[in-house]
Design a protein around this ligand. Structure first.
Ligand code: HEC
Ligand code: HEC
Ligand code: HEC
Ligand code: HEC
Ligand code: HEC
Length: 399
């Protein structure tokens, strides 16, 4: 450069352009208000930890094959691609922060949200994210979502055997990580509320301080975490839950919270008597209520009494779950979810008027959402709505 002094005219023009740019920006951002809730934010863009070629689960899976294969079957791996989630996300009523627990890393999100215009959740100020990676987005809650922070892999031991930068942080990898997403109670708009209370249910229940989320959902096991490195303490990564699969071809691992106890039956009864049956269900295995989390979950206990021709002559259905009214204002109408160790007995009784052989079919099913809501979201047949966890036929002879 010949001259170190810039021309005063150029400076003037430059500062004018700059000033009007700032002014323009100020005007645009005039009423922008900061975000408040924890789930309003993504986890900031993460740099690649030393020794790692990509943040994708696929990449981790090159070495951690068993963890990858287990995680791949989990609901976490489907938290973005899930049809119901995608259907709900497309609705105008779904605000920007819906994605923050389903694709929690900023690297998985197309935009960085800077604030809200006039504090309106439907008017976020967006900037294109230069670090956006579509492959990571498809993976939903992937390995990096839980394990990568501040340019390092967070692990339980901080082992020096790993080829990647590893930091020990057992506080981060505790139940707090789970509760960060599995407990959200907030009224977002009058007809949109978050009501996931799994963390609170656990804290208020008998397992608190004894068994945490990981013991039941990430069962400990001794095994190699990378082939050839020798066995060590490890944890299953299926994150097994209700077991209702997201796609009919996916074999998710299932946990059952309920134990089912059928009553003794009297097989031969007189016409003056009735067919009687009772089913006791007890929440014996879950560390929180059953169902928990999404308020749309429910269980049905159905009794169907059929005659010899297979015609249903009497039926009864009981329900365990919450009932909500969403419009015009979201409010919980009822809630009979079972607390840990709580039991409930469901009775059936009927007096057939004719002698003969009768079959009582008893079934317990767990449901992700109702058929009505599935139709509303246009979810096809390949989206399973329920699974059966108990089914039995009892024969009665009426003399
Ligand atoms: C090139 C192979 C390789 C890749 C790729 C790899 N790891 Fe590892 N990782 C290892 C080895 C080797 C160990 C140590 C094995 C041992 O302790 O037995 C390890 C250990 C770990 C641990 C345990 C750390 C601790 O504190 O005990 C975690 C967690 C982990 N890796 C997560 C990841 C994640 C997440 C990814 C992807 C972002 C990943 N790894 C990618 C090879 C790899
Ligand atoms: C970044 C947020 C996030 C974190 C952290 C997280 N989860 Fe999840 N989890 C989710 C979301 C979202 C789903 C549901 C995905 C869907 O249905 O599409 C889910 C689903 C599940 C399910 C399956 C529910 C079912 O039956 O369908 C279980 C079980 C579960 N998580 C347990 C855990 C445990 C245990 C931890 C802690 C080790 C944890 N989660 C950490 C967000 C998270
Ligand atoms: C004592 C074991 C135990 C503990 C502790 C526990 N869970 Fe569960 N959890 C279960 C069982 C069993 C089920 C299956 C319930 C069913 O569908 O019958 C379940 C189901 C779930 C589901 C699926 C939702 C549903 O309605 O089926 C989620 C999500 C979940 N647990 C998250 C958590 C989180 C988060 C924690 C910690 C705050 C936790 N769990 C603690 C045993 C446990
Ligand atoms: C929802 C959060 C979550 C996700 C997703 C997740 N992990 Fe983990 N992972 C944990 C927690 C929590 C622990 C620590 C368990 C402990 O030691 O208490 C752990 C432990 C590990 C360990 C140490 C050995 C072991 O099994 O305890 C490895 C290796 C590991 N994870 C790899 C992976 C890989 C690879 C993926 C993706 C395929 C993955 N994790 C996905 C939460 C997660
Ligand atoms: C605070 C974290 C968080 C936020 C924010 C969040 N979700 Fe979720 N979402 C979850 C968790 C956790 C689950 C799993 C619940 C369970 O199975 O117990 C889930 C499950 C779902 C499911 C699957 C339901 C099922 O039965 O499996 C849908 C659909 C969904 N969320 C849509 C949304 C929409 C739409 C928004 C925005 C209005 C949103 N989520 C915001 C944490 C969150």
């Amino acid at each position: 450069m010949k001259n170190n002094h810039s021309s005063p005219i150029l400076l003037l023009i430059l500062s004018f352009v700059l000033l009007s740019f700032i002014k323009c920006k100020e005007e645009k951002y005039k009423n922008v208000q900061p975000l408040e809730n924890t789930w309003d934010f993504a986890i900031p863009n993460q740099e690649l930890p030393e020794g790692i070629a990509s943040l994708s689960a696929k990449q981790c899976g090159v070495c951690h094959q068993t963890h990858y294969n287990e995680w791949k079957l989990s609901t976490h791996a489907n938290a973005w691609t899930d049809k119901q989630f995608q259907a709900e996300l497309k609705k105008e009523t779904s605000p920007f922060m819906c994605i923050n627990c389903h694709i929690p890393l900023q690297n998985q999100q197309e935009y960085i949200i800077k604030g809200l215009v006039d504090g309106d959740i439907y008017q976020p100020v967006k900037e294109l994210n230069p670090e956006f990676d579509e492959e990571l987005q498809q993976e939903g809650i992937n390995c990096a979502s839980c394990h990568v922070r501040d340019g390092a892999i967070i692990g339980p031991t901080g082992t020096k055997k790993a080829p990647h930068k590893t930091i020990k942080d057992t506080k981060h990898l505790s139940e707090n990580l789970c509760i960060g997403c599995h407990n959200a109670v907030a009224v977002i708009t009058p007809d949109l509320v978050c009501s996931f209370e799994t963390g609170d249910e656990w804290k208020e229940g008998p397992y608190y301080g004894k068994k945490d989320c990981k013991i039941c959902h990430m069962e400990p096991i001794n095994r190699e975490i990378v082939s050839g490195y020798g066995e060590r303490l490890s944890h299953l990564h299926y994150f097994a839950g209700s077991g209702i699969p997201k796609v009919d071809t996916l074999k998710t691992k299932m946990l059952n919270g309920l134990e089912v106890y059928p009553s003794e039956i009297k097989k031969n009864i007189s016409v003056k008597d009735s067919v009687r049956f009772s089913l006791k269900v007890k929440n014996e295995h879950a560390g929180h209520r059953v169902p928990t989390g999404d308020p749309e979950r429910f269980f049905l206990i159905t009794f169907q009494l059929k005659n010899k021709q297979g015609e249903i002559i009497s039926e009864k259905t009981d329900r365990i779950g919450e009932q909500w009214e969403w419009h015009p204002k979201a409010q919980k109408l009822s809630d009979n979810n079972l607390f840990p160790n709580e039991e409930r007995t469901f009775d059936f009784s009927y007096s057939p008027s004719e002698k003969g052989t009768y079959t009582l079919q008893v079934e317990v099913t767990k449901h992700r959402l109702s058929q009505e809501h599935a139709n509303y979201n246009k979810l096809g047949k390949e989206y399973p709505l329920s699974i059966s966890i108990f089914e039995e036929n009892y024969i009665y002879t009426i003399k």
